[in-house]
Design a protein around this ligand. Structure first.
Ligand code: FES
Length: 158
């Protein structure tokens, strides 16, 4: 079982894992319907920060990417297919400034330094080098544009 398969296996609900013939410590659990996924992989919680009164207030560069600041941290905002997305200011590879990159037609952020690509939707490294770009949810509400920052829990520093 590859690492990816193992990860998917562990994320699957218990009843699905029960269908798998793979030997696992999960089968030794005396509480048959115990949901490991829920216990160890809780849903993300966000603090929402207002970054503009309206979308028209966000000033984007010619590459359609804007730089904003939330809690003293620079973040990029970009509009793709009528939806706003937030992502890290710097590339996880070698710190290229993603605000100087571009968004391709498939919705990938292209880093200006070495041209690695990341999905604007989820930060997945679509050019395949194995990196992950931090993304931030963006909501356009009646009272403004909001960016979500994950609440840091006990292990927020990890
Ligand atoms: S710094 Fe972004 S791809 Fe290398």
């Amino acid at each position: 079982m590859s690492l990816t398969e193992r990860y998917r296996f562990l994320r699957a609900p218990l009843f699905l894992r029960g269908l798998c013939v793979e030997k696992s410590v999960m089968y030794l659990c005396p509480v048959a319907d115990y949901n490991f996924s829920k216990a160890f992989m809780s849903e993300k919680k966000y603090h929402w920060y207002k970054v503009a009164e309206a979308p028209a207030e966000i000033i984007v560069n010619e590459n359609n990417i804007a730089i904003i600041e939330v809690k003293g941290k620079k973040i990029c905002l970009a509009k793709y297919q009528q939806q706003w997305f937030g992502f890290a200011f710097k590339c996880p590879h070698a710190g290229g400034i993603l605000a100087d990159g571009n968004i391709d037609v498939a919705g990938n952020i292209v880093c200006p330094l070495h041209r690695y690509k990341y999905s604007i939707r989820n930060g997945r490294n679509t050019s395949g080098e194995g990196y992950y770009l931090k993304t931030f949810p963006v909501e356009t509400r009646d009272d403004g544009v909001f960016v979500g920052m994950e609440e840091s829990g006990l292990f927020g520093w990890l």
